[in-house]
Design a protein around this ligand. Sequence first.
Ligand code: F6P
Length: 505
Amino acid sequence: MHIAFLNPQGNFDPADSHWTQHPDFGGQLVYVKETALAMADQGHKIDIITRRVVDPAWPQFAAEFDRYEGHPNVRIVRIACGGDAFLAKEELWPFLVREWVPNIETFYRSEGRLPDGMTTHYGDGGLAGALLEARTGVPFTFTGHSLGAQKLDKLLGGAADLNDATLAPLNQRFHFAERLAGERLAMNRAGKVITSTREERFEQYGHPAYRAAVDPNDDTKFTVIPPGVNLAVFDATSRNDSEDATAAFLEAVIARDIDPDRRNLPIILLSSRVDHKKNHIALLRAFAEHPELQALANVGIVVRGADNALQQRSRFTGESRELLDAMAALCDQAGLWGKVTAFPLEGQAELAAAYRYLTGRHSLFCLPAFHEPFGLAPLEAMAAGLPAVVTKNGGPSESLYENGVAFGVLIDPTDPDDVARGVMQVVESPQAWQRYSEAGRSRVLDRYTWDRTAAGYAAALDEIIGRGPAGQTGQRLPIPPYFTQPDPANDFTTADLAAIYTGVA
Ligand code: F6P
């Protein structure tokens, strides 16, 4: 198959420039790139379609075409819209409609052949897919990654009044009206909607904002395809240039922070961002309240931005400072110094090397987040051999447990006793550690590889391409006037946004 991946936000280049340095260069780009490369390796011809940017501050994205070395079946194709300057994803909407979509069609017509199918990513890519399908008949899948309705829920914080004062500033900044209307069109007209988990399907797509656009119970519409772990980086058998240096670094921080008689104990590793949602303090509370746990393990916390974040808290501001202060206060109160260490790790290579080194020390990975939408980080740690003790809320409940078989330990992140129980379950005996280490790694190798993700996409595309133009199912939403003529006369109003968001429209 010849497949176009539509991803207007961020950009792609062989050096993965700006990854994680800008909000539009996050996990979605990793997902699109890895799925595209794995599909190409399975014999398909892939175009990653993104936006052309001719901007001195973003010099990597000026050429019309780019390639990933060793992957001749993949082209990065940059299509102009909205001028030359880099634009944040929130600013793209009118330009997608006016220029990007027509220019993509012109590009393929000039090559003499349209792609067989498209995968579209995020509301902006999904809208473009719906508009292109309307012009060309090429079918598409939609992968939301993150939906606007849930983001608006969070930003409104439960505010009941949907009026100009509450909605207008958010709409001005994030363009929620275009986003929600674009998402509705995308999910309605897509041949398949792809989610990473069942929870994402039912919870996110069940929001009133998407009522009448899509039915989350429609099995012909939805397919759950989880993303994969990059095994070249994270697998227990992989190696990288930072392997030895990372091991030496960890030995040095253990010697710096851990009491001499405790240095051979395993480490319970927290390696997510220091953010309220990730709930690091839950593990420290469990550790403080359970001396039996302290007898068996130490705690290690990865914090970027300082050699020793718990001791150098003045280097941090805002939320991270508050959270580090709370952790340090708990260490003071409960006498945990000498049992807890904090250290930085930069980039995926160092993280993977650290996971492998800690596997050698029979350690474990812990993520007591309040909610984790998918939970790729625990799967990366499991691929390296670390048993995972992870929140039961969200994706991990599907990835770490199935049909009565546990591939890790699920914990209630709001209950320190349950967190302690979960950790104890792994560290109580070498046999238990070995069992979880092996079960976790096999689970990743069986289920969570990009190869499998790509095969899932290929099957979904094959099905919708096979249906042909007559195979469109369901009631098709009309295209709102703004998406045919994006000008002030057709602009969405705040009242339109309120109506879409509450499911009245
Ligand atoms: O990769 C980053 C990502 O996951 C993208 O899918 C998306 O751009 C962003 O995070 C979340 O977007 P938003 O906050 O607009 O929902």
